[in-house]
Design a protein around this ligand. Structure first.
Ligand code: UT7
Length: 327
């Protein structure tokens, strides 16, 4: 295979890791003025996993990456590109991707982070796919890893009940287009609107002072745009691939709120049983939620080789987007 040959990025492995510590809604009732009933009705969430004190985004991401490589039957030496989507890096620098590289014993390669908050994994897939098509790498490890528990204000009931920690990873392998058999990453639609940065943000960071900061969200303002934005991105990715939305086998959405998943399904006439839902068990794990949901539907036998899978997300930025893959 030469650098200039047309290639497809095939999804050849998937892995997931969730911290062992599972926190139920009932346990949150003891911490803030909330109820299990409110959380279930307004979001669909029943529990979330929370990282142990010594677990970090890099440790969660490395474990998901290790599992994805094992699933692909590949060794650390095979990886030529690591893209880690995270909004909760271990350190200001180096990139969490480089920390994961060291943890997994991956030799010198390309490694960097992508910051698109909850849309991070969708962005990272597009970046990795584009670099592989440009001949920069033949095997990529694409990771979504987060420890949002570390940036939550645990006294703010409007946000702290929504999020969880976790990591998911995918292995992409470049193959000549002529050998792909129609499989691989088919199309992306990526969007951002920085004018809306203020409705979902963490006010903090190295350049603005004041430490790391805590997450703040105007939930209703985000909610109002979610169904429209996500639906548009799904339609755009499908149109770019020349595929009808109705021909997609599985929708693997970012898991922010069950009502958003239902709203998108209604708007695009997607049957409920084609939508992978993990928000009940995982909560909102930001960039990790799409690969975690993908891994769950692969593990239970729903997503099978040859299926057409649509990944979508929306998050801080605002950012949103969709990726279409035939697995
Ligand atoms: O992943 C990134 C993208 N993020 C999203 O997509 C999140 C989008 N937004 C949402 O999912 C929803 O807006 C939320 C789940 C965050 C909130 O649901 P909502 O139906 O929009 O509720 P609300 O903010 O309008 O609040 C309704 C009421 C308020 O009380 P009053 O003012 O009506 O008396 C809140 O104070 O619910 C109250 N409330 C709570 N009550 C019990 C807010 N949080 C809680 C809580 N427990 N945890």
């Amino acid at each position: 295979m030469t650098d200039t040959q047309a290639v497809r990025s095939m999804l050849v492995g998937i892995g997931a890791y969730l911290p062992a510590n599972v926190v139920s809604n009932t346990r949150l009732e003891a911490m803030v003025d909330t109820t299990d009933a409110w959380i279930r009705e307004r979001t669909g969430i029943t529990q979330r996993a929370i990282a142990a004190p010594l677990e970090t985004t890099a440790s969660l991401g490395a474990e998901a990456g290790r599992r994805a490589l094992a699933d692909a039957g590949m060794a650390p030496e095979d990886v030529e590109l690591i893209v880690c989507a995270t909004a909760t890096p271990d350190q200001t620098f180096p990139a969490t991707a480089a920390l994961i590289q060291a943890r997994l014993g991956i030799p010198v390669c390309i490694a960097f982070d992508v910051q698109a908050v909850c849309t991070g994994f969708v962005y990272a897939m597009a970046v990795a796919d584009s670099m592989m098509k440009a001949g920069q790498a033949r095997t990529a490890l694409v990771i979504g890893a987060e420890t949002f528990s570390r940036i939550l204000d645990w006294s703010d009931r409007t946000t702290c009940v929504l999020f969880g920690d976790g990591a998911g990873a995918a292995v992409l392998r470049a193959v000549p287009e002529s050998e792909a058999g129609g499989r691989g990453v088919l199309a992306h639609a990526l969007r951002a609107d920085g004018r809306q940065a203020g409705i979902l943000h963490v006010r903090g960071g190295p350049s603005s002072g004041g430490g790391t900061g805590k997450l703040a969200m105007q939930g209703q303002a985000v909610f109002k745009q979610a169904v429209t934005n996500i639906s548009e991105a799904i339609e755009a990715a499908c149109a770019r691939a020349g595929i009808a939305v109705a021909d997609v086998d599985w929708f693997v959405p970012h898991q922010a709120n069950r009502r958003i998943l239902d709203g998108v399904a209604r708007r695009l006439a997607i049957p409920e049983d084609k939508v992978v839902v993990t928000v009940d068990r995982h909560g909102n794990t930001s960039a990790a939620s799409v690969p975690l949901a993908f891994a769950a539907a692969r593990a239970d036998g729903r997503i099978k080789p040859g299926d057409l899978v649509l990944l979508e997300a929306m998050g801080g930025g605002l950012t949103w987007g969709a990726t279409l893959v035939r697995v």
